[in-house]
Structure formats: C-alpha cells, structure tokens
Design a protein around this ligand. Sequence first.
Ligand code: MG
Length: 215
Amino acid sequence: MADSSSRDGKRYASSDITDYVHRVHAAHDAGLARAFATPSDMPAIQLGQSEGRLLHLLVKLVGGKRLVEVGTLAGYSAIQLASALPAGGHLWTIEFEPKHAAVATANLAAAGLADRVTVEVGAGVDVLPRLEAHGPFDVMFIDADKESYDRYGRWALSHVRKGGLVIGDNAYFFGRLLEDSAGARAMRAFHEAIAAACDSVCVPTPDGLVIGIVK
Ligand code: MG
C-alpha cells in the first residue's frame, strides 16, 4: 500500500509543525538540551529530537535494563537511552574519538546519569567483545562507522536477547544505500541480516532508522 502521507510528494511537516510536536511530545530537559547543542568542534550528526525520543520510548516498551550503543558522539542518544532505564539498569556506550567521549562523559554527568552509563573509548569492533560478559542485552543501538554495520549487526544478533531490539541509524547511508561501494554493501548486509533474524522495519526518518525485534 502506498504511503498516503507522501504519495503526492509533498512534505506536510513544516518546521513550525516540527517545532510544535517536539515541544509537546519530546521537550528537552536541561541535560538533553546541553547534549543536543553540539560543540563547534564536533560534527552536528546527532539524532533528531523525535528520533531520540523514539529511542527512549523503545527502551521503555521492551523493559530494557542492559543496553549497548556504538557511536556516543556528545551523548545525546545515550541520555535518551539511559534515562529510560529502571533502577539497576545500565548502558555501555562506545565512542571512537577520545575528545567526543570526554564531552559525552561530562554531558552524562550533567544529566545525572553517570552511575548508569559506562563510556568505552575505542573502535566498536574492538570494544564489543569486551562487553560480552555483560550480556545478553535488551537493546543495541548502532550509530557509528557505517562500513562496520554488518559486523555490528552480526554482533547484535548474537548478544541481544530474543524479544530485544536492534536499532540502526543512517540506514539510508546518507542516500547512498544502493551504491556499489564497501560502505553501501555493509549497510545492505546489515539491513538484510536484521530482516532475516527479526521482525523489522526501516522507519523513514531523514536518513532511515532500522528497528528489529529479535525472533
Ligand atoms: Mg546517526
């Protein structure tokens, strides 16, 4: 069935409407606002406000207690994830760039979440094996180097429990998903592995957000 909201090619969400729904459904507290305001020396590539809120709701929906994230950046998505945890829950989040990890650590502390989040510095493919003892996990959120998405996806499918969630941002690969390149092939392998092992969808956010429930 065609998507009736976009079949005529129009965008119905003006920036005024987007501002309104952010304010009503996804308002930032001080901690989220601090992390969302990207420092000038960091790339402005964090999740959108409603996407961050969606992560928060998804953790609550599955009763997530043990979460893993690849790609911390300034910690905005980590705050959305960790603030949905019940007492005793924990998020392990992995950031490749030490300067970004330091910013995220400060932002998580300012949000009052330092005790329930561990920021791991390193490449996801190197750090993930060290986290295996903390699993199985309820939710894994992938938002890191796109060339490794197939590896992150395979790890997720081995370490996220049945009924848990695997979520991947930038699933359109910045509009290059169907290209003949290593990155695009890795992203397509991620899509196809998640679709094979999960009940899944790719939500049409600006750059696509894959959500899979592990079968
Ligand atoms: Mg992203």
